[in-house]
Design a protein around this ligand. Structure first.
Ligand code: AMP
Length: 179
C-alpha cells in the first residue's frame, strides 16, 4: 500500500489516480468516499473543511481493508490525517494486516494551494474552508508525517508545486529507487 499525504490542493488525488493507473492498483480517497456517502449535518461540516470523526473513518477503512485480497495494491489518499488514524494504520501495518510500503508527502505552500483550489472551485473550495484545511494540515497532519518516519515507514517528501507530469515522474523515480 502506498499512502498519499499532503494539504488539499497539493495534488494528492490527481497523483493518486495516475499512480493507480500506472501500477494497476486500487485507489481509495477518503474525501471522495465521504463526498459520495455523507449526508446532513456532517456533510455541512465537511464543506466547512472540518475533519470527520476518527472512529467513523476508521470503521470505513476497516471495511475496505477486509474486502482486499492479500497483497493487493492500493493507493490510499487522504488518510491518515490525525494521530489516532495514524496509530490505527501503524497497528494494521505491524500486525501484517496490510503493508505500508511507502508514504508520499506532497508539499506545497499555502499561496499555491489557495490559487489552485480557488480555480478548481469545488463546493468546499472557499477562502474560509481552504484556510481551515491548511490549519488542519499544519496542526494535525504534519506531526503524523514525523510519527510515521519514526515508525520506520519510508516517507518521501515530494515537491507538489511542480507540474502534474513533473510530480508524477518524481514519484515514480522515488518509488523505483526505494525498491
Ligand atoms: P479531501 O478530498 O481529502 O480534501 O477531503 C475532503 C474532506 O473530507 C475533508 O475536509 C474532511 O472533512 C473529510 N475527510 C477526508 N479524509 C478524512 C480523514 N482521513 N479524516 C477525517 N475527515 C476526512
Amino acid at each position: 500500500m502506498i499512502v498519499l499525504m499532503g494539504v488539499a490542493g497539493a495534488g494528492k488525488s490527481v497523483q493518486g489516480k495516475l499512480l493507480a493507473d500506472e501500477l494497476g492498483y486500487r485507489w481509495l480517497s477518503t474525501g471522495e468516499f465521504l463526498r459520495m456517502h455523507i449526508t446532513g449535518k456532517r456533510r455541512a461540516e465537511m464543506l466547512e473543511g472540518k475533519l470527520l470523526d476518527d472512529q467513523e473513518i476508521i470503521d470505513i477503512l476497516s471495511g475496505f481493508f477486509a474486502g482486499l485480497e492479500k497483497d493487493e495494491g492500493v493507493i490510499l489518499d487522504g488518510f491518515p490525517r490525525t494521530t489516532a488514524q495514524a496509530n490505527w494504520l501503524l497497528e494494521q501495518h505491524n500486525t501484517s494486516n496490510i503493508n505500508v510500503s511507502a508514504v508520499l508527502h506532497l508539499k506545497a505552500s499555502k499561496d499555491v494551494v489557495k490559487a489552485r483550489l480557488l480555480e478548481r472551485g469545488r463546493q468546499d473550495d472557499t477562502e474560509a474552508a481552504i484556510d481551515a484545511r491548511f490549519r488542519e494540515y499544519e496542526n494535525s497532519t504534519l506531526p503524523i508525517v514525523d510519527l510515521l518516519k519514526e515508525a520506520n515507514i519510508p516517507v518521501h517528501d515530494v515537491d507538489g508545486e511542480r507540474s502534474i507530469e513533473e510530480i508524477h515522474v518524481q514519484i515514480m523515480s522515488l518509488l523505483n529507487s526505494g525498491r
